[in-house]
Design a protein around this ligand. Structure first.
Ligand code: SAH
Length: 350
């Protein structure tokens, strides 16, 4: 049993079973033992690889897409670039590099990041740029925002509800035979009837991510008042169903209750619930990452880059292109949704 398992055990013995969101928050953010406090999760040696870490092509195409979308708005205000959960800072660095000569593209960057360790990496990867770290979106000054969130929402804590014969119960984490184990709340819950709660049948599990609504409300307030665009990229789908709570360690799925604090805990993103929180703005169609990147010209860009590559570097480059776009890799699992001012023309690619 690792130190965080012991701590969770004690806490549950003292307070009773905890919700999955409490468990995720402790495992990811505990100041001493939390995953984001201690780990260097990215890359082949880490636990997972994100799209900007697969190839520079991802950030370059997203950067040009954002620049085009922003210039289409013909907004004369100065915009700022915002990234939620920037990881190593690679995506923002690629976006800034590719848009360097575009006059009206933001020069000021705001990063929302919880991990002190990752903040240091971001600082070094974004040296030379005007960067400010924020704890909350309301720290961004008034004005248009160009916001990007890649694999951010999946890391925000979820709660799960199970439909039993007698109604809804919350799935909780308790202790069984001395080990952390899933169970359900004894009490029946009075759950507000959104569409998928009412359509559920006995045995269904529904996931809810409580922190999504305040974040999306803040983003839509800014965009509806000042203009801009928000691009959300994550794995998930529209009208997500079932249990998607997962743990990844060294590129493999493991039981989320094993090795607390040593594994990345996430759940798929329900884009329909994100969309329901959007106020006074337009949203794009939910588009596959592979489709968007192809529409933005990834194959042409890949060809150009391949001309200067040989042997292993060329093989890796071809594999990266496939990884970002192929339906069996990140191409269809990852989806893209944009939030724009009401009645805007949808940007090219979405
Ligand atoms: N966008 C990056 C990293 C994705 S991993 C990429 O594509 O490579 C998730 C990121 O979100 C990490 O940087 C993590 O530290 C950050 N994060 C997770 N929960 C957060 C929270 N509650 N507030 C701010 N950042 C958070």
């Amino acid at each position: 049993m690792n130190p965080l398992s012991k701590l969770l055990n004690q806490q549950i013995r003292y307070n009773g079973p905890m919700s999955i969101s409490q468990f995720m928050e402790i495992c990811l953010l505990h100041p001493k033992y939390g995953y984001y406090t201690n780990s260097s999760p990215f890359g082949q040696k880490g636990d997972f690889v994100t799209a900007p870490e697969v190839s520079q092509m991802f950030g370059e195409l997203i950067g040009l897409f954002l620049a085009q979308a922003w210039s289409d708005q013909k907004n004369l205000e100065e915009a700022v670039l915002v990234e939620l959960g920037p990881g190593r800072g690679t995506l923002t660095a690629d976006i800034m590099r590719v848009t360097k000569s575009i006059k009206n593209f933001p020069k000021k960057i705001y990063l929302l990041e919880v991990s002190a360790k990752l903040k240091l990496l971001q600082k070094s990867n974004l040296e030379g740029y005007q960067v400010e770290w924020i704890k909350n979106l309301n720290q961004i000054p008034p004005g248009p925002i160009i916001l990007i969130a890649n694999e951010f929402f999946d890391s925000l804590p979820i709660n799960q509800y199970l439909k039993g014969a007698d109604g809804w119960h919350e799935r909780l984490i308790g202790i069984k035979n001395g080990e952390l184990a899933f169970g359900i709340s004894e009490q029946k819950l009075n759950i507000q009837s959104t569409e998928y709660f009412t359509h559920a049948v006995k045995g269904d599990i529904v996931e809810v991510r409580p922190s999504v609504e305040p974040i999306i409300t803040e983003i839509s307030n800014k965009i509806s008042q000042w203009g801009g665009i928000s691009l959300i990229i994550d794995y998930g789908c529209w009208d997500l169903k079932g249990n998607t709570f997962q743990a990844i360690k060294s590129h493999k799925y493991i039981n989320p209750l094993e090795k607390p604090g040593e594994v990345d805990l996430t759940a798929h993103v329900d884009f329909s619930s994100l969309a329901r929180s959007v106020l006074n703005c337009s949203i794009s169609k939910l588009t596959d990452q592979g489709v968007l990147l192809e529409r933005l010209g990834i194959s042409e860009r890949a060809n150009i880059l391949s001309r200067s590559l040989k042997a292993d570097d060329l093989e890796n480059h071809i594999a990266a292109h496939r990884r970002l776009t192929h339906p069996n890799e990140m191409g269809t699992l990852f989806k893209v949704m944009a939030i724009l001012p009401k009645l805007s023309r949808m940007p090219l690619g979405l």
